[in-house]
Design a protein around this ligand. Structure first.
Ligand code: DON
Length: 584
């Protein structure tokens, strides 16, 4: 087994920056410095901490950043519902978590409403109209390194703002209220966490290389914990969105700035692309797992195929009898993952462009057939040589909200890689995604996450690239029971799968289910990735039986809200990041 553990600091962080600025800021917001979760005002953005678990009576939010969870909580306290909270949290993430929170990216929203309605909003980026299958290949037909990942050509047409407005019809509060925390945080700044400081320092050279003029993510000296990040241009963009709705992004000043940026860097996104972008409300995927009904995102999220496949395959076995992290249960789950990731590479892509046999792939008959060659003593051979998986960042982000009426929301959103294409729209202050890399840029060529793909996921103008983001809600007796999701690229469906199995089969409490070490297998490369703390005894048992392992950093940052039998709400934030749970 190769050893390249990346032991991150998994501790809850604490920021303390006493300053006159802070006093000014809290006063401006109306407010008093009351402790978190008891005050109807926003947290002090210079002095805050992350809570990893809250037990709440009326509503809860869990997200990648304390200030973003707090913005959502404020909306709940003001009488907003879970959709209001989710929108405010997402907008705040675009400010306080610039590596993944975004205006220049896209994502998916899954919600179940108290009246029984189930919603799936697709605001995934689209290939620009000028995009074509060979756009990342040289004259000999070989991929040009980095072109789909870095700089202007890597960006798909952003969907985030359209997604927020598509969700707004289910909200109660006006946009001016929902966006206010984000605008203030951008305008006045906030103290950055240690991990944000490290990430900004890591991205510094590429930021400077791609962006010729000054912008807030780079300063002369390195960032350190507690430094203030102020984003004036972003505040102005948010104000335009507040004042003009979707048109504040897809038309007028912001659109002009995006198109000017594209022209500066030979990108492809045009006014026609921006005006033409629409978020799509799709039928959510619904499937039954034992006594639970599970609601998740359909294509272009591969999660909507992989999760039902994995859960239905697992349901045929007695996992509790095998035991959590027993070599037997891990081996079974590896073999399940092998099969579904092979299907992903072969069949999945944007259903607006290609036919995908979703019903067949998720049918009981097919899944039984697919497991016919399963052998509990040895690996089912892959027909490819092992290739090492490129380590992934966790730079997508997931949030969950739940309110006192029983509305539940799960959103996963991303720029793809950390800080996306690292292209900042000059004058507009936000970073553009590098989601084009999620297409299969050439059959047989792996993307950043080691994903293979073919025709189904090839580039076409206006097409959405295949995603792994899997925002999911589990219902019990028709009421929300678990709200789950995570970043992690190709590891997302396995993280959601393992978290659900941990709770539903191994009977773990929510914190354990989220924080116990995970493993990930994706068919090819033929090697199982494990995170720090995964039991080496299991590795040895499975190596004896012909399996290969590699070590990597943390897998996912899973957020879970669980509604307890007595109606209390347990919100759990993953210890792998700065993630924060808030409730009241
Ligand atoms: O849509 C997807 O599946 C990816 N672009 C998500 C990227 C991600 O989760 C980043 N973190 N590893």
């Amino acid at each position: 087994m190769k050893e390249n553990f990346d032991f991150h600091n998994l501790r809850t962080f604490k920021l303390l920056k006493a300053s006159l600025f802070s006093i000014f800021f809290t006063t401006l917001l109306c407010s008093c410095k009351s402790p978190k979760n008891t005050s109807p005002t926003l947290l002090d953005p210079y002095q805050y901490s992350a809570d990893k678990m809250v037990l709440a009576k009326r509503g809860a939010v869990v997200s990648a950043h304390a200030l973003a969870s707090d913005a959502g909580l404020l909306m709940l306290r003001k009488g907003g519902n879970a959709i209001d909270a989710a929108i405010a949290t997402q907008l705040a993430l675009a400010v306080v978590y610039p590596g993944a929170g975004n205006l220049g990216g896209g994502g998916f929203l899954v919600a179940t409403l108290a009246d029984g309605k189930k919603i799936a909003i697709d605001f995934r980026e689209k290939a620009p109209l000028a995009a074509h299958t060979n756009m990342y290949l040289d004259k000999e037909g070989n991929p040009i390194p980095g072109l789909s990942l870095s700089g202007h050509l890597a960006s798909g047409v952003p969907g985030a703002v359209a997604g927020i407005y598509a969700a707004l019809r289910y909200a109660r509060l006006p946009m001016s209220e929902l966006i206010r925390p984000a605008i203030i945080l951008a305008e006045k700044g906030f103290a950055i966490t240690e991990s944000e400081a490290n990430s900004l320092n890591e991205a510094r050279a590429e930021f400077i290389q791609i962006n010729p003029t000054a912008f807030p993510f780079v300063k002369p000296e390195p960032w350190k914990t507690g430094d203030t990040l102020i984003q004036k241009d972003l505040a102005a963009t948010l104000a335009r969105i507040r004042d003009s709705g979707e048109a504040g992004f897809y038309r007028g000043t912001t659109a002009n700035l995006i198109v000017a940026e594209m022209q500066r860097g030979k990108g492809m996104i045009t006014h026609q692309d921006l005006v033409g972008y629409k978020a799509v409300e799709r039928d959510p995927v619904l499937f039954t797992y034992k006594n639970y009904e599970i609601v998740t995102m359909p294509l272009p999220s591969s999660g909507g195929v992989l999760l039902p496949q994995m859960m239905k395959m697992a349901a045929k076995f007695n996992l509790p009898q095998f035991g959590f992290h027993s070599w037997r249960s891990v081996q079974l789950m590896i073999e399940i993952e092998r099969r579904v990731y092979a299907d992903r590479a072969q069949y999945l892509g944007d259903i607006d462009f290609i036919k995908v046999p979703v019903e067949k792939l998720t049918s009981d008959e097919y899944l039984v057939e697919r497991m016919k060659d399963y052998d509990s003593t040895r690996p089912t051979p892959n027909n490819d040589l092992p290739v090492r998986l490129i380590p992934e960042s966790e730079e997508t982000t997931h949030l969950n909200t739940y309110d006192s009426e029983g509305n539940a929301v799960a959103i996963t959103t991303t720029l793809n890689d950390s800080y996306g294409s690292r292209t900042i729209v000059q004058g507009a202050g936000f970073i553009l995604n590098n989601e084009m890399d999620d297409f299969s840029i050439k059959p047989g060529v792996r993307n950043m996450y080691g994903a293979l793909g073919g025709k189904a996921n090839e580039i076409a103008p206006g097409k959405r690239m295949l995603s792994s983001m899997t925002p999911t809600i589990v219902l019990k007796n028709k009421r929300p029971y678990l709200i789950v999701g995570t970043p992690g690229g190709l590891t997302i469906p396995t993280s959601v799968f393992q978290t659900l199995i941990n709770i539903l089969e191994f009977g773990m409490n929510t914190e354990e289910a989220v924080n116990k070490p995970k493993f990930h297998f994706q068919w090819q490369p033929d090697s199982i990735s494990i995170e720090p703390g995964f039991p080496l005894s299991v590795v040895r048992e499975l190596e004896k039986r012909g399996y290969h392992f590699d070590s990597r950093g943390p897998i996912g940052r899973t957020e879970v809200i669980k509604v307890l039998a007595d109606g209390r709400i347990e919100a759990v934030a993953d210890i792998r990041g700065d993630d924060d749970a808030a409730g009241y």
